[in-house]
Design a protein. Structure first.
Length: 319
């Protein structure tokens, strides 16, 4: 066994207290993100022969855990599930996966970060439904990636692992995939024409080279394929009755529709085998390789992410 020095990237024997290359002292108690930024992790993710059945098991585990939480929320409610207003049911569904807070400050109607959804309390019911579904999709995408990474590495998910995945999703290509995935999920459960594709078009306009454009199309295809898995998860909670009530709510609130998605509707989802390989290699192994090779550039960012996950996850456990 060896240790990889966080500062210079060189390996030392596992029993070493100091790096044999640069003399940096190892923090023997440290168990954060640094343990994921090594060649061993990259190799495992790069060579992972994850079967589609194994991938499906990860999806089903996410569903099973949320169903337990949802059943408790409904049982603790003073109302019958079918009597709840659509916004309340959507909130219970989202809360089965991750906490939601109201906000009135900052830009945007909603946000997601570090296992926490924030939605502007001044929005009407339809706008809140739209934004909760958007941010819940971001959470579920991260949850899928985190659970896949934990499964392949044979570890329990922790703050460091979540931080590495969150940082990976900040790359432009991954961010494009994430945003497109969210729009695809939204249009499954809310009336057509209310999804906002403006951010996606803005990102696409920033791709100038032919190779960049090809990569962007690949990410859109991946985003659409992952969206199908997130739709599968949410279909376990959002039935036809709730969909109809959401449609009625949008008619009642009379909110304006957004920009049509135009040529984005022609994007095809990738094959299941390609999707599973993409998850372990392009979405995880490549970003981690970049982090590992440029630790000076990314260490502070991932360290801050780890600290934020640690704080929020601890609060969630107490609640």
């Amino acid at each position: 066994m060896v240790k990889t020095c966080f500062h210079c990237g060189e390996e030392s024997p596992d029993i070493a207290k100091f790096c044999i290359n640069c003399g940096n002292e190892f923090d023997l108690s440290f168990g954060g993100f640094d343990k994921y930024l090594g060649q061993e992790t990259i190799d495992k993710l790069d060579s992972a022969s994850l079967s589609y059945d194994e991938y499906e098991n990860v999806i089903n585990d996410i569903i099973a855990s949320a169903k337990i939480n949802y059943a408790k929320l409904i049982s603790d409610s003073e109302y019958d599930e079918m009597d709840l207003f659509p916004l309340k049911r959507i909130m219970y569904i989202a809360l089965s996966f991750t906490p939601i807070l109201s906000k009135i400050e900052g830009e945007g109607d909603s946000s997601y970060g570090f296992n926490l959804i924030k939605v502007d309390e001044r929005l009407n019911s339809s706008q809140k439904i739209l934004n909760i579904l958007k941010e819940l999709t971001h959470h579920l995408l991260a949850e899928i990636l985190e659970n896949i990474m934990a499964y392949v590495l044979g570890v329990e998910k922790d703050d460091g692992l979540e931080a590495v995945v969150a940082a990976s999703l900040k790359f432009k290509n991954a961010f494009l995939m994430d945003e497109y995935c969210s729009c695809i999920v939204q249009e499954k459960f809310i009336p057509s024409g209310y999804q906002n594709f403006d951010d996606i078009y803005e990102i696409l306009d920033s791709f100038k080279e032919n190779q960049e454009k090809e990569n962007a199309l690949f990410e859109l295809s991946f985003g659409k394929s992952i969206a199908q898995d997130i739709i599968k998860i949410l279909n376990e909670f959002i039935d036809d009755d709730l969909k109809e009530k959401i449609k009625i709510q949008f008619n009642v609130d009379r909110i304006e529709s957004n920009t049509a998605r135009g040529d984005l509707e022609d994007i095809s989802a990738m094959e299941d085998i390609q999707k599973v390989k993409h998850i372990t290699f392009v979405s995880l192994a490549i970003p981690i390789k970049i982090f590992f090779e440029n630790k000076g550039e990314y260490s502070d960012i991932i360290s801050q992410y780890t600290d934020k996950f640690k704080v929020i996850n601890e609060i969630n456990k107490q609640n």
